[in-house]
Design a binder for this molecule. Structure first.
Ligand code: DGL
Length: 283
């Protein structure tokens, strides 16, 4: 009986939540790491962006979105949104215990701390993430000698949402944001590592690379979050293991199924059919 209960429990889906479609870059890494698992992804497209909103609002939205996933009987929640992870992770963990809730900030900070040789690390993220200081604190927890510069790059979110991931406009924005850190000023002061602390930034990585140069390590939290998720599932005895469930993804959006499918396909790196996206109301 215990075994069949465990199997049923482990066969439940993993919930993934983001303010919109950007978190599909994280889902992509989670699926690559855990190909046997089922996922249900919720993008709060009606209320995006979170990154310019107050902490109180982000916390309220995050709890509502997580609640919608909990009612779908998820076994674990991944907060793919950096802003919600930076501002609301503790509330979510307290509110939904004992369901494990993982964020992307801790894994992203760890990846940055380990990639850096000099200890000089730059983080780019949304305004709210930068203001909350969660990345800065998490990197310093990993590495006491770190010197962290955090910079808000809100326009990158809009560009990626528009599907503009290369070209002159993106390049101009990248220079405006990143030249002060990586091009101007003495070479010795420049960070040797750049943490992409926002779901939308991995799709702009090529343009960002052109600006910061080939010597800078560019890291994002997706891969390390996937590894943390695997470890957490094993710790909690919730990994699906070799059970034969049909691995699949269910998509939920709070607005704009067509847009979710179209733009989301760029972030996920594979085609999403409109018919696979269901609308959900969080109020
Ligand atoms: N998902 C957000 C993040 O990773 C970016 C988009 C937003 O501001 O809502 O910070």
């Amino acid at each position: 009986l215990l075994t069949s209960q465990r199997l049923r429990s482990a066969a439940r889906a993993i919930g993934v939540f983001d303010s919109g479609i950007g978190g599909l870059t994280v889902l992509r890494a989670l699926r690559a790491e855990l190909p046997l698992e089922r996922f249900v992804y919720l993008g709060d497209t009606a209320r995006l962006p979170y990154g310019t909103k107050s902490h109180a609002t982000i916390q309220r939205y995050a709890v509502q979105a997580a609640q919608a996933l909990m009612t779908r009987d998820i076994k674990c929640l991944v907060v793919a949104c950096n802003t919600a992870s930076a501002v609301a992770l503790e509330q979510l963990q307290q509110h939904f215990a004992p369901v494990p809730v993982l964020g992307v900030v801790g894994p992203g900070a760890a990846a940055g701390a380990h990639a850096s040789r000099s200890g000089s690390i730059a983080v780019i993220a949304t305004e709210s993430t930068v203001q909350g200081g969660a990345y800065q604190a998490a990197i310093l927890r990993e590495r006491l000698d770190a010197r962290v510069i955090a910079k808000a790059c809100p326009l990158f979110v809009a560009l990626a949402e528009e599907g503009w991931i290369s070209g002159a406009v993106v390049s101009a924005a990248a220079h405006r944001y990143l030249d002060p850190l990586f091009v101007d000023g003495p070479t010795a002061d420049r960070p040797d590592t750049l943490v992409l602390g926002c779901t939308h930034f991995p799709v702009l990585a090529e343009v960002i690379r052109d600006v910061v140069g080939s010597d800078v390590a560019i890291v994002d939290s997706a891969m390390t979050t996937a590894k943390s998720l695997r470890a957490e599932l094993e710790r909690a005895d919730l990994a699906v293991g070799s059970i034969c469930v049909r691995p699949r993804v269910q998509f939920l959006a709070t607005d704009g199924r067509e847009r979710f499918a179209r733009v989301g396909s760029v972030f996920l790196g594979e085609l999403i059919a409109i018919s696979d996206v269901d609308l959900v109301d969080l109020r």
